[in-house]
Design a protein around this ligand. Structure first.
Ligand code: FUC
Length: 346
């Protein structure tokens, strides 16, 4: 059994709701911290090979900086739909629904009022923390009344579980393809960026994207490209070979096969994160563009490739490509997804 200890504190009281911070320690040197705003994961603490316990996530310097971010989505829960939806449109049978457009004509990460921008009700359970919200179309611009539950909890052997559940409590269809937008940097010194990191992704293909980063419907084979992570690769070297092709970094949806989506490890300190999910996609984003003066973690300045986001999800824009998977939640139906992060040290 996991001997978890939950602590809570109020971070700010002058907002629409008290900003609460919860820490769930599994009694084994591992702990996650999150906020009731955006169901944001602000840290995951774990030991390294030398017993040094540190945060493996990158995020804003202060908890209140997480409010109102629409650019980096550090640690945020993303929904109703992660990634981009072409033209901000959803067609179902003979109906057309206009979704919230927040990147040109397209919808990104659930629109400006997505999960990342919502206040959630939090309950502490024997298992961990549960975030709940009843979302009406007026709140986020998506059709259908959606009741959502997100659970963050520790399992056996330092496995961190993220569970998404939603039920469409209306007569209107909606879409549901949530994910988490945590960024990993397994170094104790975050200024080392992605140095010392190795990554593997269980994917033979990735999606071809157009100029607006919308999938064209074509799949690209990774063989003989700098997108091949079937065997684990040194991340700094791979980023370097990508730059030779004038590509600034990774921001690509991989088509994953099998439950083990990816594995990130640190050569220096032995930390390993293995990501398992029940979805067929993983967006690999290497934090390519950053604004100056953003302060992260212990006050360091943010710089490009300081961390990686590995976002398990059904392949983006699935509602326009039947072979990408089914993210439609018809009237009065429910759906459940799970992501597991297996944390270990060698
Ligand atoms: C990823 C990317 C986007 C965006 C966001 C912060 O999901 O696909 O380009 O920048 O993260």
């Amino acid at each position: 059994m996991v001997n978890q200890v939950i602590t809570r504190k109020e971070i700010a009281s002058n907002l629409e709701r008290p900003l609460m911070q919860y820490t769930v320690n599994n009694g084994n040197g591992y702990a996650f911290t999150c906020l009731n705003y955006g169901a944001t994961l602000t840290s995951i603490m774990m030991p390294d090979r030398n017993g040094i316990i540190d945060n493996i996530l990158l995020g804003f310097n202060g908890p209140t900086d997480f409010l109102n971010d629409q650019t980096y989505f550090f640690g945020k829960a993303i929904g109703r739909v992660g990634g981009r939806i072409k033209g901000g449109l959803f067609h179902y049978k003979n109906q057309e629904f206009l979704l919230p457009r927040n990147e040109g004509d397209n919808t990104l990460h659930g629109g400006v009022n997505g999960f990342h921008h919502m206040w959630w009700d939090v309950s502490e359970t024997e298992k961990g923390l549960t975030f709940t919200k009843v979302i009406n179309p007026e709140m986020d611009g998506f059709p259908g009344k959606l009741e959502v539950t997100i659970t963050y909890r520790w399992g056996e052997n330092n496995q961190f579980h993220v569970e998404f559940y939603a039920i469409n409590k209306s007569d209107t269809p909606t879409l549901f393809n949530p994910t988490t937008h945590i960024y990993f940097n397994l170094n104790n010194d975050k200024l080392k960026g992605l140095n010392n990191h190795k990554l593997s992704i269980s994917a033979e293909q990735l999606l071809e994207l157009d100029q607006q980063q919308i999938p064209t419907g074509e799949f690209i084979n990774v063989t003989n490209t700098p997108f091949d992570f079937r065997k684990e690769q040194n991340l700094s070297e791979m980023l370097h070979s990508l730059k030779q092709l004038n590509i600034s970094g990774y921001d690509h949806p991989y088509h994953v096969t099998g439950p083990k989506a990816a594995r990130l490890s640190n050569l220096n300190n032995g930390r390993i994160v293995e990501i398992q999910s029940d979805r067929n996609g993983l967006v690999f984003y290497s934090l390519n563009k950053t604004h100056p003066h953003i302060k992260v973690n212990e006050g360091n300045h943010l710089f490009p490739h300081m961390a990686v986001a590995l976002e398990p999800q059904t392949l983006p824009d699935a509602n326009h490509h039947p072979d990408f998977g089914d993210i439609v939640l018809p009237a009065n139906t429910e759906k459940k997804y799970e992501i597991t992060y297996k944390l270990s040290v060698i």
